[in-house]
Design a protein around this ligand. Structure first.
Ligand code: PXP
Length: 241
């Protein structure tokens, strides 16, 4: 069954809305672990809109499961990651205006900068993953440039508004998984997955892990983080290929 990485950024979003010290994403990470999260994911953005450097440091000290840091390829952030040493870094595109990460990294266009970032991170024993759209050339380029894994952007599926759109997005993901595995990459998935829409994606063979954030944090407001994670794990188990 694929693993579940829980993205706790939006716990920090609520804290930052008031600039106080609650709710603490570090506490949320612990609750997520108790609920069965296989990994904790956070995105230390250049603009520090949610997760702060202090969170990243304490998460590194306290998280017992896999710690995955989403990050841009900006030098400042790569240097912080090298110092922090999470288990995995996921390189993502980052734009100031966006609400959340929109679409995947263009590995072909930014090949040289990406190669330099991977090299720095790898020398610290960090596994490096690329958040990309399920496009054959991008997946092959990710393998060529030295990524160990790709996280396929599931936004094409989660944003689909018609059945044919959704079916096409699932086909793209299926072929993306195939190309990833052929190129000896680990294949993860994430973006916009919710309790309501995750089942057909969870049923696809070849995904080793999903990173899910907003929907779990939203549900945790009502049922608590432990239970919200357990409920997502149950759905993944129920629909696992
Ligand atoms: N994976 C990556 C690489 C992301 O950037 C995000 C959003 O921060 C997620 C997964 C989680 O997306 P969502 O919050 O829509 O579940």
């Amino acid at each position: 069954m694929p693993l579940l990485g829980v993205n706790i950024d939006h716990v920090a979003t609520v804290r930052q809305a008031r600039g106080t010290d609650e709710p603490d994403p570090v506490w949320a990470a612990m609750e997520a672990e108790l609920g069965g999260a296989d990994g904790i994911t956070f995105h230390l953005r250049e603009d520090r809109r949610h997760i702060q450097d202090r969170d990243a440091r304490i998460l590194r000290e306290t998280v017992g499961v896999k710690l995955n840091m989403e990050m841009s390829i900006a030098d400042e952030i790569v240097d912080l990651a090298v110092e922090l040493r999470p288990d995995q870094c996921t390189l993502v595109p980052e734009k100031r205006e966006e609400l959340t990460t929109e679409g995947g990294l263009d590995v072909i266009k930014h090949q040289e900068r990406i190669a330099r970032a991977i090299e720095k991170l790898k020398t610290r024993g960090i596994a490096v993953s690329a958040f990309i759209e399920p496009i054959t050339d991008q997946i092959r380029a990710s393998a060529d440039v030295g990524f160990a894994a790709v996280e396929l952007w599931t936004g094409g599926y989660s944003h689909a508004t018609t059945l044919p759109e959704s079916a096409k997005a699932i086909d793209d993901l299926k072929s993306g998984i195939g190309v990833g595995l052929e190129n000896r990459l680990e294949v993860l998935g994430g973006h916009g997955l919710t309790y309501r829409n995750v089942a057909p994606i969870a049923a696809l063979a070849g995904f080793c892990e999903f990173n899910i954030g907003h929907s779990i944090v939203a549900r945790s407001i009502y049922v608590g983080m432990k239970q919200a994670v357990r409920e997502m794990k149950d759905i993944l188990l129920l629909h696992a290929p």
